[in-house]
Design a protein around this ligand. Structure first.
Ligand code: GLC
Length: 729
């Protein structure tokens, strides 16, 4: 429909695009919506004379965008110079946006979730954020407007338990004021770009997220092994890595990847290896691989400005770098003065695909960790008018492409894996909404602080709700020094975090699992062992996430949207529909309150059953972490693996959370012999775990059920022809 100069295209019952002029999508690809939405409810849009847009579903107002004098933003007009002298930060919001979308907040309980990696609680109401990929090594907290990623998607829950989502598909710097300025409305504001957004409708967060996912495109599907333990540090030497692998082989430390940070390169020149640092990288990587441990190396975008350095020469010869005033634009990164590859040109991407391909082959490297791709720069930010000539014969300026730079870098890198029929093993720090198509991600330089441990959970849950499933934080904290208790609690809290990597900064205290005493090592190792047990369950969840957009690491409200009690729970996580983890995230605590949603739950590792819809005090000393499994759930597990090679897995263990029957409120469950048994069959996914063959139908599905005390397994799809055995435990 058209109203004035605006349009509302109803793409299906779940997605409406409201725009004046569409944001140029030549640089980021959204899926064309050709399918009906899930919803049967036809949205009803009305536009008043004053331009107010109201969207009703079933006669209830779900969404209102409006204009009016109250939305004319006023500066606080405070003279701030005296405070700046003391070092205070004088950030004020922009007041003259070119585009300003004002969205009605219905009441003080409206909750706003989303925007990816921000170091905040799940509910981000009351804060302002800016989408502008930023390298932020200082102490992130909820007032930080920008971190590494720009994911302009959020969902709102308001009166009568109504929900909607917004996706604002612009790569320009954009502010999202979530009710900081006013209690009455929130706004999206930008000085560049177009008035153009997707309103996403649905009865539940699940329905909204799945509609959003249909727009951004399918996430990458990483190898099975990637779910294993990653260990990193800035920067491991050959000796450090050998020690690590010795712990793996001698003491059974679960380990799948070691990451090599910038020092393995010669003078930080990308795609080089310093022989003085690691004598024979290729041989060394092979030696690690034989022990079950794969190698991931870091690659940054900045290319050292140095004639005679092949990559620099090639890029300059082929006009492959960002320019300013017709000259290569130079800024400083690790290698000193550097140029910035123009990944927006196909020829440059192809060049880096080839370089990556040669590099991984030559050095037996299994994965590439891309960093500093905001792009970060040491001599001030890149000016807005740095030019990136595009393939579309257009010149794109830095302010347009900044938030997309990482996406184009990882697109080039991931292609190298795909060309070899391998699933991409790529990790990124910066990202745009659609970047999940190419890469896993981590949330950058957190610090060894309890606050950052607490923030990890809502951060990863939020990333998972926007299609970034394979996401994690640096376990133990990157900056500052960790300590024994913090490290142990961090490893426990992130036990189900899809991408689990312990990484720490240069000169920080060592924080490998064995960095403290033997007891601490045993505890850490034990948590990893629990993780490895659950890997088959997580792998199916992951595959399901990639296919449908269902987060594998979700807030409780995702699965229980009708339960008001769960809307602000930041420290409990749903791992799929049947597992709920409630770790301790505060120093010194040995017990915590755990809220259990409806249903009955079993505390994993015990025979204790609990009735849902109430809270309990649960003991968790340093050795334990509370994992609750829904009664009737069937969980596929692994036995005693310390590295994850799918070819070596012949047997899947099956854990069944026994049903004990109706449970009385306020008591732990009493066994009830007459309880009606109601077990939830589990559709287990399996494939080679490595190649892209699964895309061609080469995978298996098994339906695992439990009936009358017996395990039943049926193969429901036999594309891969695996011969797994299943054993009840
Ligand atoms: C950045 C990365 C960090 C890495 C360091 C050195 O700070 O975020 O993970 O260790 O650079 O490469």
């Amino acid at each position: 429909m058209k109203f004035g100069c605006k349009n509302a295209d109803i793409l299906n019952n779940n997605i409406i695009r409201i725009y004046e002029k569409k944001n140029d999508t030549s640089l980021f690809m959204l899926n064309n919506i050709t399918k009906d939405g899930e919803s049967k409810i036809i949205p009803d849009i009305t536009v008043d004379q004053d331009g107010t847009i109201t969207v009703n579903r079933n006669k209830k107002t779900v969404f209102k965008e409006f204009f009016g004098s109250e939305t004319r933003l006023k500066s606080r007009n405070t003279e701030f110079s005296i405070a700046i002298k003391e070092g205070h930060n004088a950030v004020e919001s922009e007041i003259n946006y070119k585009v300003q979308v004002n969205i009605r907040l219905f009441d003080l309980n409206d909750r706003i979730y989303g925007l990816g990696d921000k170091a905040a609680h799940l509910n981000r109401r009351g804060y302002i954020y800016t989408s502008w990929n930023s390298d932020e090594p200082t102490q992130h907290n909820e007032t930080y407007r920008s971190l590494y990623k720009s994911i302009n998607f959020f969902i709102v829950n308001h009166s009568d338990n109504l929900w909607y989502g917004i996706f604002y598909p612009s790569s320009y710097r954009t502010d999202f004021d979530f009710g900081k300025y006013s209690d009455k409305f929130m706004y999206i504001g930008s000085k560049k770009g177009e008035y153009d957004y997707f309103l996403i409708l649905g009865d539940t967060p699940r329905e909204i997220i799945s509609a959003y996912y249909s727009l951004i495109g399918k996430s990458v599907f990483m190898p099975f092994k990637f779910l294993g333990n990653h260990q990193s540090r800035w920067s491991y030497s050959e000796e450090d890595a050998r020690a690590l692998v010795k712990h793996h082989t001698d003491d059974g430390l679960p380990l799948d990847y070691i990451h090599f940070d910038i020092d393995y390169m010669k003078g930080y020149r990308v795609y080089t290896v310093d022989k003085d640092y690691i004598r024979d990288f290729a041989g060394f990587a092979l030696e690690l691989k034989r022990a079950g441990v794969d190698t991931i190396t870091i690659i940054d975008p900045g290319v050292k400005e140095e004639q005679g350095y092949e990559i620099y020469d090639d890029l300059i010869k082929n006009d492959g770098v960002a320019t300013l005033d017709n000259k290569p634009y130079i800024n400083e990164v690790w290698a000193g003065d550097s140029v910035f590859p123009n990944y927006f040109k196909e020829s440059v991407r192809e060049y880096f695909t080839d370089k990556t391909s040669e590099f991984i082959d030559k050095y037996n490297v299994s994965g590439i960790w891309t960093d500093m791709n905001e792009p970060a720069s040491f001599n001030g930010p890149l000016p807005d008018d740095v030019e990136f000539a595009g393939d579309d014969q257009k010149t794109h300026y830095h302010d347009e492409v900044h938030n997309l730079y990482a996406e184009y870098m990882v697109k080039a890198v991931s292609e190298a894996f795909k060309n070899k029929n391998l699933r991409p093993t790529v990790i990124t720090r910066a990202a745009f909404a659609t970047t999940t198509r190419y890469t896993a991600s981590w949330n950058g330089d957190n610090q060894s602080l309890w606050d950052h441990l607490r923030t990890s959970l809502p951060q990863i849950m939020t990333m998972n709700m926007s299609g970034f499933f394979m996401n994690g934080v640096d376990v133990g904290g990157f900056g500052n020094d960790t300590n024994r208790e913090l490290l142990i609690r961090w490893a426990a809290a992130c036990l189900f975090m899809p991408y689990f990597r312990n990484h720490s900064g240069l000169n920080s205290k060592q924080q490998e699992p064995y960095a403290f005493d033997d007891e601490a090592y045993e505890i850490y190792k034990n948590f990893l062992k629990i993780r490895y047990r659950f890997v088959p369950y997580m792998y199916t969840l992951y595959k399901n996430a990639v296919e449908t957009g269902t987060p594998m690491f979700a807030p409780l409200f995702y699965w229980y949207p009708d339960d008001e009690n769960v809307k602000e729970i930041n420290d409990q996580v749903m791992v799929g529909p049947c597992v709920m983890h409630a770790p301790i995230v505060n120093q010194g605590e040995k017990q915590r309150i755990v809220y259990l949603p409806k249903g009955s739950w079993v505390l994993y590792g015990t025979d204790r059953h609990f009735a849902g819809k109430q809270s309990y005090i649960i003991e968790e000393d340093l050795h334990t972490t509370a994992i609750f499994i829904k009664e009737g759930a069937i969980i596929p597990m692994l036995e005693n693996k310390i590295s994850l090679d799918p070819a070596e897995i012949n047997e899947i263990l099956v854990y069944v959370a026994k049903v004990k029957g109706e449970i009385k409120a306020n008591t732990e469950a009493e066994p009830n012999a007459e309880a009606e048994e109601n077990y939830i069959p589990f559709d287990f996914y399996w494939d080679d775990g490595k190649t892209l063959d699964s895309e061609k139908g080469i995978y298996d599905n098994y339906r695992i059920s439990y009936e009358k005390g017996e395990l039943k397994v049926n193969k429901t799809y036999d594309g891969y022809k695996s011969k797994l055995k299943f054993r009840l435990i």
